[in-house]
Design a protein around this ligand. Sequence first.
Ligand code: ADP
Length: 319
Amino acid sequence: GDKGLVVSFGEMLIDFVPTESGVSLSESSGFLKAPGGAPANVAIAVSRLGGRAAFVGKLGDDDFGHMLAGILRKNGVDDQGINFDRGARTALAFVTLRSDGEREFMFYRNPSADMQTLRRYELNLELIRSAKVFHYGSISLITEPCRSAHMKAMEVAKEAGALLSYDPNLREPLWPSHEEARTQIMSIWDKADIIKVSDVELEFLTGNKTIDDETAMSLWHPTLKLLLVTLGENGCRYYTKDFHGSVETFHVDAVDTTGAGDSFVGALLNKIVDDHSVLEEEERLRKVLRFANACGAITTTKKGAIPALPSDCEALSFL
Ligand code: ADP
């Protein structure tokens, strides 16, 4: 039958990525215009892998905003949850790449100003109710009215029976303070069925520099089904109420890690959207995480986020 729908909620913006690596922004002789924004990346990741995905968010009613919507459509992502705002401008981010492929962000204008103006009544509730998985980050929690829209969307999806997937995707410089980021991120913690954090986020949220099982489990909540900690070139760790362990990733020459986590999440969600029982069987979950690691690894081998998300064929031949 039809594949289940993954609805991804949040920001979409344009990353300007230097054409050379290891240079500062001002030294760069050119930039690649790379569409991104974690929730949009996840929607496209799912779609590229052959799944059904929709994006819910707000874009500026300008050339950049329409370009972004076009990219979603071209990649097979349902765009019926996008609002265009005449008053808003599409957010732009300049991304510096260090020589090791790690990235640093600099935002132009109010970061994701467009998405931040999304109001509850602008949500396409019918689309959200049809989600089998509802995925979101935390950038949409930074200010009102978007924070309320985010809460409402989550509530509607959950009531309709969707699995809630949360990647806090901390961008610390976007928040007014460390404490505010932590408070807002944790305010919706208990609602999620699946949570993915990076090692950096685990440290940020727990205040604990030791990345071990005890630290990870301190983030556990009673109705959580799966907690994932991604560790870059060291793969990922997984925790459920019954078992935990780690899955190694693949050795690649990383040139740009932007989007690796989103690629990982998209792959995971695409595998579980029609079969939640994967979360209860360790061997099957490990297979899915191996696939997700492969997708994350592939994404680091190319510049930009969206252009680097693998298709199903690419991922399978990589494996
Ligand atoms: P995020 O992008 O959210 O910070 P990570 O950098 O941990 O997340 O990447 C997500 C996943 O992508 C990792 O769990 C791993 O499977 C894969 N990955 C990331 N970086 C590398 C790398 N350098 N080599 C191989 N796989 C990688």
